[in-house]
Design a protein around this ligand. Structure first.
Ligand code: AMP
Length: 474
């Protein structure tokens, strides 16, 4: 399964696993390799029906990976997109309607629901599914507060000694203004609740901080801004850290880093993410060990001690400051687009890992990763992160997918009359694997250049920090 560049061919690899002759961790560690029947009896599972919730590039990558599992006989995705339709049967379910999701699970004997985005998690879909007798991957409503409330996370950090910036929580503008005037700038003003990644203002001047406070208390983010957290400005290198938890144990995932700004050289407004790569050279073994010991493990222990154990993916935003790593935010699901590169690099079957997280079985679990790098370039509709036109036509996807090591995940597309049309801000994730980040970057852009979409754009420098580090020999 080596191609001419020496990169394992993920498509061939998936085909082998889909024949059911190969199974990764945890059985692989015991030297067990078995076909569908053997597997079935060995671990006492019937083959599974899985429902995935979401419609972005993250969910396409998850669908791609879940569909490759020999444990799965049927995969649905609600609502999905044109790319996900290649991996799963897309169903037009409103995922905000928990009763409809439960009804679908009943009708179709769903064994596991995998929740991609944060909104249904914060709305308690995992709790509602559990009450109806269905297993779901992801945190409960209570545990989702790690993302749903910045104040909740700061209080947890204080209670359990997790390193983070100094902060204050405010429900009145006057108190917040007094606090920032006493602290001075730079300072960071955050809406407490979910604000689609827009609720954070890194204020370099006092005037900016005051304006941000006024905007938030004026209702710019609705209920999400009813409380405001003001946080010390942390300087250093910003990294993302991902871990899978079952409520008691956390295991780190491979490292991955995204690029938040919309334009090259990290210019322009923040976005949901314009690209990502894995591994990142900035998470050394020492940094990794320190983040696990000081941030991830105390969080998992703290949530358990409070009686709200965290199950699912913990995605920590960490600043590597001169005083060591400090947490500045948690997300409670896979990052998008970091998930895309993580799925490309995950060698193990993902389904046992998701089940182990749900069932409290991560203690003796192990995930294996391909050593090669992976990189993804987000192609967005012109105007993103502002208003965009929908329905523009995209050509050349098949040619792009022929680039060695390339994989294209759809983030916002629909199929109409045999054509793929853009249907959102972030539209495609053009990914590639390579021996190095530089090679993955070259292959991903080779694939990008085969796509004809005059109404789209992308950054041309995804992975630049890591490529520079590789060039310097680090
Ligand atoms: P968040 O929505 O919390 O991820 O914040 C958005 C961005 O704001 C992050 O990616 C950081 O670059 C920046 N940020 C958040 N908190 C801080 C902080 N305390 N100090 C410096 N930058 C921050």
């Amino acid at each position: 399964m080596q191609d001419t560049l020496g990169i394992p061919d993920r498509r061939a690899w998936r085909a082998v696993r889909n024949d059911g002759v190969w199974l990764a961790s945890p059985l692989q560690r015991e030297g067990v390799s078995c076909n569908r029947h053997g597997l079935n009896t060995l671990i006492g599972l019937h083959l599974m029906h899985i429902l995935l919730l979401g419609s972005g590039g993250r969910e396409h990558a998850l669908a791609w990976k879940i569909a490759a599992s020999p444990l799965v006989t049927k995969l649905w995705c609600a609502p999905g997109n044109a790319g996900i339709a290649r991996e799963a049967e897309c169903v037009a379910l409103d995922i905000a309607d928990h009763a409809a999701v439960i009804e679908f699970c009943r009708t179709n004997a769903v064994d596991l629901v995998v929740v991609g985005p944060e909104t249904p998690l914060a709305a308690g879909i995992v709790d509602d599914l559990a009450s109806a007798g269905f297993k779901a991957f992801g945190p409960s409503k209570q545990a989702s507060q790690l993302e749903g409330s910045k104040g909740f996370t700061k209080a947890l950090c204080t209670e359990f000694g997790i390193p983070t910036g100094a902060y204050g929580r405010f429900t009145h503008a006057a108190d917040a203004l007094t606090y920032v005037r006493a602290q001075g700038a730079p300072i960071v003003v955050k809406a407490d609740g979910l604000a689609a990644g827009k609720g954070v203002v890194v204020a370099m001047t006092l005037a900016e901080a005051e304006a941000a406070i006024a905007m938030m208390f004026d209702g710019a983010f609705g209920a999400a801004g009813a409380e405001v957290v003001i946080e010390e400005f942390l300087s250093g290198r910003e990294i993302s850290f991902f871990a899978l938890s079952d409520g008691e144990t956390a295991i780190a995932l491979a490292s991955a880093q995204d690029h938040k700004r919309v334009f090259d050289h990290d210019q322009g407004p923040n976005t949901g993410g314009m690209g990502a790569y894995s591994p990142t050279p900035f998470v050394t073994d020492e940094v990794h060990a320190e983040i696990m010991a000081k941030i991830i493990v105390p969080t998992v222990n703290g949530m358990k001690a409070r009686g709200t154990p965290f199950r699912g993916v913990l995605y920590a935003g960490v600043m590597l400051t001169p005083d060591g790593p400090k947490l500045f935010e948690y997300n409670v699901r896979f990052g998008d687009p970091e998930c895309q590169v993580l799925m490309l690099r995950m060698m193990s079957d993902i389904v046992p890992a998701l089940l182990a997280s749900c069932d409290g079985q991560l203690k003796n679990f192990d995930l294996r990763w391909f050593p090669e790098a992976a990189l993804t370039v987000v192609m967005a509709a012109k105007g993103y992160p502002g208003d965009v036109a929908r329905g523009t036509r995209i050509e050349g996807l098949d040619e792009a997918a022929k680039v060695e090591g390339a994989e294209i995940f759809h983030a916002g597309t629909i199929a109409k009359d045999g054509h793929i049309l853009a249907n959102g801000g972030r539209v495609l994730n053009v990914c590639a694997s390579g021996k190095t980040i530089a090679q993955a970057q070259r292959l991903a852009y080779e694939a990008v250049d085969r796509i004809q979409w005059p109404d789209g754009f992308c950054r041309r420098d995804i992975g630049w920090q890591a490529v520079e580090r590789e060039k310097a020999g680090g």
